[in-house]
Design a protein around this ligand. Structure first.
Ligand code: ATP
Ligand code: SKM
Length: 303
């Protein structure tokens, strides 16, 4: 579709929300983290031209400046589905471009140091960690999997059942010690790694980031996949959500001080609010990974 005809079709309240799910746009325009939320007035002020959708997603409309695609419009009836699909495609491309750009900037200050993600079970350390690692060009390691392999392939739940929690914690500490000696890794730590003071000594060889996620969101995520793989939340009776919520509540009371040791904190509650989102579920792993990089950048610059 030609850019002019798209402009004529779509009218005047176009916005770009790179950090949210494209299909769930509805929050109020806000200064987004990583800063790319455009509306018509900003577009006019900055003298932007529409992008020709038939060209590359990274079309440069003026030297050194990359322009972004339109994703949403105040009047849904004037958007053709093909336009939305194309917008979604380009938007995810752009989100990755922005994430990679931020990752390059942060990587240049990290000097190969690892990132240790800490947080409660279900906080997204694995999901976000993989996105971060990919953007930074780092390896991704899940410390629970590392322990499982070290023990000989048994699952965390089996290790808890057979050998008890102390045995698992000792092996977890050994794993973190080994991982702290290897450069350029994003490590998703086990939810309870923060309780052993010695683990902080290992993790502080790199940069530690706390993914702070409300208990209700954690419990919903865990209930969706079941509590079987998480021995501290698994009970034979009762529904999965209640078991997860009660278990997480008890653990979080014991751990909140420990999580506060992290160098940086990413609060999903605050991130969603800053982006004008009513529902935290609309925060994509890319959005959260971007915020992790922003907070690491601030930490490294001493802000
Ligand atoms: N941003 C997100 N939006 C929606 N669901 C998510 C998000 N991040 C993670 N999830 C889901 O939540 C669940 C837990 O995520 P994940 O395994 O990444 O957490 P974790 O912190 O590594 O958990 P654990 O410490 O128990 O291993 C998964 O089912 C995952 O798909
Ligand atoms: O929060 C916890 O104590 C745990 C979290 C998981 O990642 C595993 O390390 C294990 O299930 C214990």
């Amino acid at each position: 579709m030609h850019s002019k005809s798209m402009e004529a079709m779509c009218g005047s309240t176009l916005q770009f929300f790179p950090w949210t799910g494209c299909d769930r746009i509805g929050g109020k325009p806000h200064a987004a983290v990583g800063g790319m939320m455009l509306n018509l007035s900003i577009r006019k002020k900055s003298g932007m031209n529409w992008i020709d959708l038939s060209k590359s997603a990274c079309t440069r409309t003026s030297p050194g400046q990359r322009k972004f695609l339109v994703l949403s419009h105040g009047r849904k009836d004037c958007l053709e589905s093909s336009t939305i699909e194309l917008g979604n495609l380009y938007a995810s491309f752009d989100k990755n471009c922005l994430l990679k750009r931020k990752a390059r900037e942060v990587a240049s200050c990290l000097n190969g140091r690892c990132i240790f993600l800490v947080g409660m079970m279900g906080s997204g350390k694995t999901t976000v960690g993989k996105v971060l690692a990919e953007a930074l060009g780092y390896s991704f390691v899940d410390s629970d999997c590392y322990v499982e392999q070290a023990i000989g392939g048994e699952s965390v739940a089996q290790i808890f059942n057979q050998y008890g929690e102390k045995f698992f914690r000792d092996n977890e500490s050994e794993a973190l010690q080994e991982l702290s000696l290897m450069p350029q890794q994003v490590v998703a730590t086990g939810g309870g790694a923060v309780v052993q003071p010695i683990n902080w000594h290992y993790m502080k060889q790199g940069v530690t980031v706390y993914l702070d996620v409300p208990l209700d969101t954690l419990a919903r995520r865990i209930a969706a996949v079941g509590t079987y793989s998480r021995p501290l939340l698994h009970f034979d009776s009762g529904d999965a959500y209640t078991a997860a919520f009660v278990g997480l509540f008890t653990l979080s009371k014991k751990r909140s001080d420990a999580y506060a040791n992290a160098d940086a904190r990413v609060s999903l509650y605050h991130l969603a609010a800053n982006l004008g989102l009513e529902d935290m579920c609309d925060l994509t792993p890319i959005a959260i990974a971007m915020e992790v990089l922003v907070q690491i950048g601030k930490h490294l610059k001493g802000k």
